[in-house]
Design a protein around this ligand. Structure first.
Ligand code: SF4
Length: 205
């Protein structure tokens, strides 16, 4: 069974796929416990793989984003990916990157959002080392060295800094300060970019 918070249709609001109409499959549990996260407080629903695929079909998007919570710790994730692939969907995963499942290459797009406050939990032998994009939330403007360490650990096409949302307020200035610090420390291409969570700015789901 899949323990989910929700399945819904929306536009991807952040990163390279901003504006892409997608069906989001949002899992309900995580292997981390970030203070700002509401994952554990929202009620869960149990679905079989077939039920998930049927719900996804009803929403009529060609793209699916599997997110969380943390998808990589879900025991039936590979079954779901296989079932969605069979139907021809483009499938992305959004993960904190702590665990690299053996079937990670089945995803068409991998977005990793490592959590600086848990950096001691990340082990280079078991974490995700290759992705399409890396997004780091600017919980502080003092994460430039951490960002460069992550860039060494995870090879990606794009690297983003996202503003933290706290009690409805987006910390853009902090994100921009961090962005300028990290791009000052390194000239590596592509430069780190700002990823605004436009779904939050626009008030869409
Ligand atoms: S990694 Fe993501 S889902 Fe897990 S606790 Fe942190 S914010 Fe929530």
């Amino acid at each position: 069974m899949h323990s989910l918070r929700s399945i819904f249709s929306s536009l991807q609001g952040e990163g390279r796929n901003t504006g892409r109409p997608c069906t989001f499959i949002r899992y309900s549990s995580c292997n981390l416990a970030c203070v700002w996260c509401d994952t554990e407080r929202i009620s869960k629903m149990l679905f079989t793989t077939d039920q998930v695929v049927r719900e996804v079909a009803k929403l009529k998007n060609k793209s699916v984003i599997i997110t969380g919570g943390e998808p990589t710790i879900q025991p039936e994730l590979e079954n779901l990916v296989d079932a969605l692939k069979e139907k021809g969907y483009w499938i992305a995963i959004e993960t904190n990157g702590l665990v690299a499942p053996p079937f990670i290459d089945k995803f068409d797009y991998i977005a990793v959002s490592p959590k600086p406050q848990y950096q001691v939990r990340y082990d280079k032998n078991s974490m995700i080392r290759k992705a399409n994009e890396v997004r780091i939330v600017a919980t502080s403007d003092d994460l430039a060295v951490y960002c460069l360490k992550i860039r060494d650990l995870i090879k990606a096409d794009d690297y983003y800094i996202s503003p933290l949302e706290e009690k409805g307020r987006m910390h853009y200035r902090r994100a921009m300060t961090l962005l300028s610090k990290v791009n000052k420390l390194s000239n590596e291409m592509p430069p780190w970019q700002l990823s605004i969570q436009t779904h939050k700015v626009l008030g869409i789901r």
